[in-house]
Design a binder for this molecule. Structure first.
Ligand code: ZN
Length: 181
């Protein structure tokens, strides 16, 4: 469903979280254990410098991602392979672009326009759902013309595309038209 890439594809990929762990393990090992078999001081200095640099890089990158795109992107950045394409754009496509429908409007459509019936199959129902004909993920608005009241059965079919959007639009148009007396 989502465009998110699998975390396991590609072998030996280096992600910030790997740099962080390696930096902490090696840096901590050098600082706290002072291994005897590493005699020369300059090797310690090199390992310590690399660990510190790695640590700073991850902290810096994480904060940058968090400032620019928020905590979720920052966390996913930790698991994004270096030089890989940023994930934020692909993650964005799964985010709803339209806020959820106000309850007031839903109730108005359910009770008033639909009169407690599914606007597709006309079955009377207690549990009617409000469906976006043009989905929220595509920027479909919370307007009466884009919303149709459906029973759960019809809602499933609408979601799966069994009912076409134009078919649903037509039903809404009929509902919105002034009632003949
Ligand atoms: Zn129905």
């Amino acid at each position: 469903m989502s465009g998110r890439r699998s975390q396991t594809d590609g072998e030996g990929e280096i992600t910030p979280i790997v740099i962080l762990i390696v930096s902490l393990v090696f840096g901590g090992y050098v600082v706290f254990e002072r291994p005897l078999d590493i005699g020369a001081t300059y090797i310690w200095v090199i390992i310590l410098s690399l660990s510190t640099a790695g640590l700073f890089y991850v902290v810096w990158g994480f904060n940058k991602a968090r400032r620019e795109s928020g905590m979720n992107t920052a966390v996913s950045w930790l698991f994004t392979e270096l030089n890989g394409e940023p994930q934020s754009s692909s993650a964005d496509s799964t985010i709803e672009k339209t806020p959820s429908t106000p309850e007031r409007l839903k109730n108005e459509l359910r009770l008033d326009r639909a009169d407690g019936r599914c606007e597709y199959c006309d079955e009377a129902m207690d549990f009617l759902e409000v469906h976006h004909i043009k989905p929220r993920s595509e920027g479909g608005p919370n307007t009466r013309n884009n919303l149709i009241v459906l029973c759960p059965n019809c809602h499933r079919k609408a979601d799966r595309g069994v009912y076409s959007r134009s078919e649903l639009k037509h039903k809404v148009k009929q509902q919105e038209a002034p009632q003949e007396v």
